[in-house]
Design a protein around this ligand. Structure first.
Ligand SMILES: Cc1cc2nc3c(=O)[nH]c(=O)nc-3n(C[C@H](O)[C@H](O)[C@H](O)COP(=O)(O)O)c2cc1C
Length: 336
């Protein structure tokens, strides 16, 4: 895997020209394809291949980026592809282009969905959505101890559009305690697994801007000098106790959590759940609410079952994130 190329600016995708002129179909497709890179993905692995087939954008799974240890069922991979599909359609919405999204999960050729674009309708820019796309970021810091406005939570629920995807927002103290305990238990169990640490180490990057994927130390609150050592330290030493000090702090300094569950725990529903999650992230960004996915609990069956029971969830939780008012802004991660 080629991860570093010092000639490419892996951060330029986060900028956009407010005087954008998309006056040909070719420019529109180029813009949508380029901006699809803004999608979040597990470990910033960007586990996809995006192809243009006539007027259709096709999204395929890239098996070479599968996180085999932390994501044995490819659930995180399909959630990430769903985030990518939502990014493509949100870019279309942001420039006023009509589209037709078709989920086409097919194990044999790894095609996850295709999105047909109608470029003849002309372009109208939605600056708020363009801003949200370009400022969405995972914020792994502590959050302020202030509640999220209930109207924002109601609006989040109203945004869901895919069948079989359910959102639960946790704000009451008893349920917050259950979620916090489950997340910390799952993270501790994951970090205690040598294979998990080794796989994670392969996606943590030193705080340098030359890498096109993975998580640079500055996105993980790791001081710059330590960021150059952490990938090899993580591989060799069990740093669970040290990592859990920071995890305990940020999980406890969180006023609310969102849990996305699906009716059927299978790829099509994972795609749809990822799709809804990214649309919610863009909405939260537009409301200046910070968020941070913590998915270890959904990959540990015991912890997940305990959480389902305690929260009386009848569906399968597949994505959990912290959310709250940010203490400060954080930097973007790279894209290939
Ligand atoms: C399906 C999925 C699972 C994720 N799981 C975690 C997680 O367990 N822990 C974490 O810190 N970040 C998690 N993330 C956040 C990604 O690491 C992050 O999106 C990626 O590094 C890109 O950074 P950005 O969101 O700031 O663009 C997840 C993201 C997705 C889409």
């Amino acid at each position: 895997m080629s991860r570093s190329n010092s000639n490419i600016d892996h951060y330029s995708v986060w900028n956009y020209d407010s005087d954008l002129k998309l006056d040909s179909s070719e420019k529109i497709f180029k813009f949508v394809l380029e901006k699809s890179k803004l999608a979040p993905s597990a470990h910033n692995s960007q586990p996809w291949k995006v192809k243009l087939n006539g007027e259709k954008i096709e999204i395929f799974a890239d098996a070479s980026k599968h996180l085999k240890i932390s994501d044995p069922l490819k659930r995180q991979l399909y959630l990430s592809l769903g985030c990518l599909a939502a990014t493509v359609v949100s870019v279309c919405d942001a420039i006023g282009i009509a589209y037709d999204l078709n989920w086409s999960y097919d194990k044999s050729n790894s095609l996850a969905c295709s999105i047909g674009l109608t470029t003849s309708s002309g372009v109208t820019l939605d600056k708020n959505l363009l801003n949200a796309l370009h400022s969405r970021v995972t914020n792994r810091l502590s959050y302020k101890n202030t509640a999220i406005d209930p109207t924002i939570i109601n609006d989040m629920k109203a945004l869901l559009s895919e069948d079989g995807v359910v959102l639960k927002v946790i704000t009451n103290s008893k349920n917050l305690d259950h979620v916090k305990k489950s997340l910390l238990q799952a993270m501790e169990l994951a970090f205690s697994n040598k294979g998990f640490r080794q796989e994670l180490a392969a996606w943590i990057r030193p705080s340098s801007k030359k890498y096109g994927d993975g998580m640079p130390g500055f996105t993980l609150n790791i001081p710059k000098p330590v960021s150059f050592l952490i990938p090899s330290l993580l591989k060799k030493i069990n740093l669970t106790k040290v990592m859990m000090i920071e995890n305990n702090k940020i999980v406890n300094e969180t006023p609310s959590f969102a849990i996305i569950s699906v009716k059927n725990d299978e790829p099509l529903d994972w795609l749809k759940a990822g799709f809804e999650a990214q649309r919610l992230f863009l909405f939260l960004t537009s409301k200046e609410i910070a968020f941070h996915v913590l998915n270890a609990a959904v990959e540990n069956n015991e912890v997940k079952d305990g959480l389902r029971k305690r929260l009386s969830l009848s569906d399968h939780p597949v994505m959990i994130w912290r959310m709250g008012h940010p203490i400060r802004s954080v930097e973007h991660s790279p894209r290939r």
